[in-house]
Design a protein around this ligand. Structure first.
Ligand code: GDP
Ligand code: ZN
Length: 339
């Protein structure tokens, strides 16, 4: 496997991200822990400095309606450890959960990527792959929906040249004008690394983005004792029975936790009604109550304050276009289930 982090002359001993110990590694008993990884039928639960492999109790297997996963990475759970097995007994109420509309086999269901998040970064790259505002806007909608503070990391800053810098900087200015922090980083040069690392301390932070933008490389740079697999997209997204979009939680030696959600080809919104979508576009908010119709979808309706604001240049037209795209996908979804 190709590694991108080989700049350390004397690397600290690598710890496997989720190397589970047998339950026997700790005394039998009931413990509080945090789910660091889910494989579908098993959970890796961190209890102190030990990771135990636990099954879930039968009752949780019946997931809440429409959710693909009843226990999510980041969940605080209680585990019962026996001599040769461990079981997730209960899940503490979540402060929030970042979800997306599941893709593939379970399309249309809610996939909880991570629970109990303090900050969510959507990671994009300048090139290879190109900055994808549609992905960013959907992500921000879902974060806003759960009141999770969010920002944008634009990685591969080293690939910006004189002729391309204005194109990329357009996005930085746009999202900063909406109040989202934007950080340029490079996992190659180390640019932006210190600023990003400072923002992780003592928080549970999630990094989400399409495959290949450099999330794993960046996470490795955040903590030299981590050893997240990086490399070619094709080596990481082998198709098979296991979904490769499972998140993994890493504990940082600087304090805090980071959750990697690898390989998201798309970020579909879920659990949002057409009529409430405008609320999650923060810059629409001041205008929402000025539309002629209270149930205005800011699409075709007359006397729409959002469209008026866009025409006056007070709402970026690209964001309105993005809003309409998401609106259409919600309306399509609502039609699919006959609402
Ligand atoms: P992930 O799929 O988002 O986890 O991306 P990886 O960390 O596996 O990186 C994907 C590819 O991009 C690898 O070939 C990395 O070496 C490369 N890469 C990651 N970060 C950077 C960066 O900042 N600049 C450049 N030029 N390449 C990068
Ligand atoms: Zn309107």
């Amino acid at each position: 496997m190709k590694r991108t982090q080989d700049s350390d002359p004397e690397p600290a001993p690598k710890r496997p991200p989720g190397g589970p110990d047998l339950p026997a590694a700790i005394e039998p008993g009931t413990y509080d822990g945090v789910v660091v990884k889910s494989t579908g039928s098993h959970y890796e639960v961190q209890v102190g400095t030990t990771v135990v492999l636990a099954r879930m109790r039968g009752k949780f297997r019946l997931s809440r309606q429409g959710e693909t996963n009843p226990v999510a990475v980041g969940d605080r759970v209680s585990v019962l450890v026996d001599r040769d097995s461990a079981t997730v007994e209960s899940i503490a109420p979540r402060t929030n959960q970042l979800s997306r509309r599941a893709a593939g086999r379970r399309v249309g269901m809610e996939q909880i990527l991570v629970a109990n998040v303090d900050f969510a970064w959507v990671v994009q790259s300048t090139f290879l792959p190109r900055f994808n505002p549609g992905f960013v806007d959907r992500f921000l909608v879902m974060a806003q929906h759960e009141d999770i503070p969010a920002g944008i990391v634009i990685n591969k800053a080293d690939l910006i040249t004189g002729t391309t810098s204005d194109d990329i900087d357009f996005w930085r200015k746009l999202y900063e004008s909406l109040g989202y922090p934007v950080i340029y980083t490079s996992a190659v040069s180390g640019a932006g690394e210190a600023r990003l690392r400072d923002l992780l301390i003592d928080k549970t932070t999630v990094f989400s983005g399409p495959s290949g933008v450099g999330k794993s490389s960046l996470i490795n740079r955040m903590d030299s004792s981590l050893d997240v697999r990086t490399g070619d997209v094709s080596t990481k997204t082998r198709k098979g029975r296991h979904v490769t979009t499972n998140a993994t939680l890493y504990t940082l030696s600087i304090g805090g936790r980071i959750v990697d959600t690898p390989g998201l080809r798309e970020f579909g919104v879920i659990d949002i009604k057409a009529a409430e979508l405008g609320h999650y576009f923060v810059e629409f908010r001041p205008f929402l109550h000025q539309c002629r119709y209270p149930n205005c979808t800011h699409d075709h309706e007359p006397d729409c304050a959002v469209v008026d604001a866009m025409e006056r240049g007070e709402i970026p037209d690209g964001r309105w276009a993005s809003y309409l795209n998401i609106l259409a996908s919600i309306q399509q979804g609502e039609a699919d289930v006959g609402r």
